[in-house]
Design a protein around this ligand. Structure first.
Ligand SMILES: [Zn+2]
Ligand SMILES: [Zn+2]
Length: 396
């Protein structure tokens, strides 16, 4: 028996085993989801009750009045944003009608969250906050933007449905997710196009909440060890001690994650794309080129579009309330930035763009016969194709 004859079936067996383990891990993640969500509700719920019971109870009426905006806005967002990130589906590419025409009937109660209803109590319109006139999308500064292309749509190899650009298949949810960021057990679902805003805002308000507990509850933390001190609350001292320690830990960890997410948002990328872009950046750099993310329309503009505020979006004060705001894109295609023109570069010093990263980076400015550019850019359609060749195109 040859080496090849032994290794081939053996490696096949190992790969099948790995696939089994992966499928099992996905199953565990899915099955544990409701437990995580229950745990999170319990922790933030009890945390709020204990804080009001021990710390707020102690405040004078004047201080309470002074702090009332904080004491109202933080819990409203903490519970509101968490509720919304859990109930809003991340957005799916099928049925297509749902994404493109909000007037079509919805298929399930859960999917109804995907259609923005101005009459809902969660909608900003209900509270007098409306979207400003939609102007043509522009980039920031000198970033020129090409409109979202209406091109061919890929087919998902796993669920056989349409797979528009920036869509990824989630092996836990077992379906394709528009602008997938990651699967999150803490919300028992994926973070994607429709609920990512709530996800980031929840992290922000959770950070504020833990800082308020850490600052305002500091002296009571030491009292909770001193049994000679009278204890104001109904909740036991040990519960308060645990809440305080947990707040310190969360107040350190969550802001780190929040900043990381905001950083990626400001670069116009999702968690998944961040890996691709980091890889392509390194490859381009090795060739003496600068890699540009096609979806990066400028820091401020990316952040505005993510939260759907600012020019063409909703008022900024919508960030302060748990409101459902539709995403700025329908999730089927996205505008791209253009390669910057560099007239100051002499043709003699041009740098070729060889077949970088196995063809993932398109060759710059070669087609318009202009000067060669130092910049290279990924092609969204190819970047999305993460599954060993993918499942081809929908219209094939
Ligand atoms: Zn899929
Ligand atoms: Zn998922």
């Amino acid at each position: 028996m040859t080496m090849r004859g032994v290794l081939r079936p053996l490696s096949g067996l190992v790969i099948r085993c790995f696939k089994r383990v992966e499928a099992f891990a996905d199953w565990i993640t899915g099955a544990a989801g409701p437990v995580f969500v229950g745990l999170c509700w319990t922790l933030i719920g009890l945390g709020g009750i204990i804080f009001f019971d021990v710390v707020v109870r102690d405040l004078s009426w004047f201080t309470t009045l002074l702090l009332s905006p904080i004491l109202f806005i933080i819990p409203a967002n903490l519970y509101g944003q968490y509720f919304l990130v859990c109930v809003t589906p991340p957005g799916y590419p099928s049925p297509r009608a749902l994404a493109l025409s909000p007037n079509k009937p919805v298929h399930s109660r859960r999917d109804s969250w995907l259609v923005h209803s101005p009459r809902s109590v969660w909608s900003p319109e209900r509270w007098g906050m409306t979207r400003r006139n939609t102007r043509p999308l522009t980039g920031e500064g000198n970033v020129n933007v090409t409109p979202a292309p209406q091109g061919r749509v890929r087919r998902c190899r796993k669920c056989d449905g349409p797979k528009p650009e920036r869509t990824h298949h989630c092996s836990v949810c077992k379906r394709c997710i528009l602008l997938m960021d990651h699967h999150c057990p803490w919300i028992n679902g994926c973070v994607g196009l429709h609920n990512q805003r709530h996800f980031v805002l929840f992290m922000a308000w959770l950070s504020f909440a833990t800082w308020v507990v850490s600052l305002m509850g500091y002296s009571r933390f030491w009292d909770s060890f001193d049994f000679r001190e009278p204890w104001p609350g109904v909740s036991p001292r040990i519960a308060y001690t645990l809440l305080y320690v947990l707040s310190l830990a969360i107040g350190f960890c969550v802001p780190v994650l929040l900043l990381w997410h905001l950083y990626m948002v400001s670069k116009g990328e999702t968690s998944i794309e961040s890996h691709d872009n980091a890889y392509l950046e390194t490859r381009a750099k090795a060739e003496g080129l600068i890699y540009l993310n096609p979806y990066d329309l400028g820091k401020k503009r990316n952040l505005e579009l993510f939260f759907n505020i600012g020019s063409g979006g909703y008022p900024k004060r919508t960030l302060l309330l748990p409101l459902t705001i539709p995403p700025w894109s329908n999730g089927w295609s996205y505008p791209r930035r253009q390669l910057p023109l560099e007239p100051h570069l002499k043709p003699t010093m041009h740098l070729h763009a060889p077949e970088l990263a196995d063809g993932l980076i398109s060759s710059p400015s070669a087609e318009n016969g202009m000067l060669q550019s130092r910049y290279v850019m990924g092609d969204g359609g190819d970047l999305t194709d993460d599954e060993e060749g993918g499942g081809g195109w929908m219209d094939d």
